[in-house]
Design a protein around this ligand. Sequence first.
Ligand code: NI
Length: 185
Amino acid sequence: MILPIYTYGQPVLRKVAEDITPDYPELATLIENMFETMDHADGVGLAAPQIGLPINLIVITLDPLKDEKPEYAGFNRAYINLHIVEVDDSHIESYEEGCLSLPGIHEPVKRPTRIHVTYLDPDFQPHDEWVDGFLARVMQHEYDHLEGKVFTDRLTPLRKQMVRSKLSSLLKGNFRCGYKVKMKK
Ligand code: NI
């Protein structure tokens, strides 16, 4: 089932997400719906707060990048209780990001290229690993959502100034996108 995506201005996007336990109701269905919602909106990542739930759950697909990176073919993963426990800040890269909750805004964001994360997979098996490349980029973007942040928070003061009018258009509902959204009333 495709769920509406909560857009900029929705209070849930500013909440810190809570870790969940295996008895979280209908978790498998929720994960399935999040994948469907992300795919329908042509996203590569979606965090639960973006569908209105302040819980620590994200989905990532890297399959759309398979033409450039064959190792990403079939990469569709859900991460539960994701935590960035360490960052290798020896390499910082700037890369253009967008967000399904901020349609129409694309801006370069600086982030470390390598992070150490812990998380549970959908079977609640624990993982502890270093990730890099595009996965590290998407994970950090989604992790921001779990911390109540959005990518425009990370722009330089100049770039922030430049997106100000676009952000206020989002708040007023003056935007178009090809998927169902839920705006702040
Ligand atoms: Ni986002």
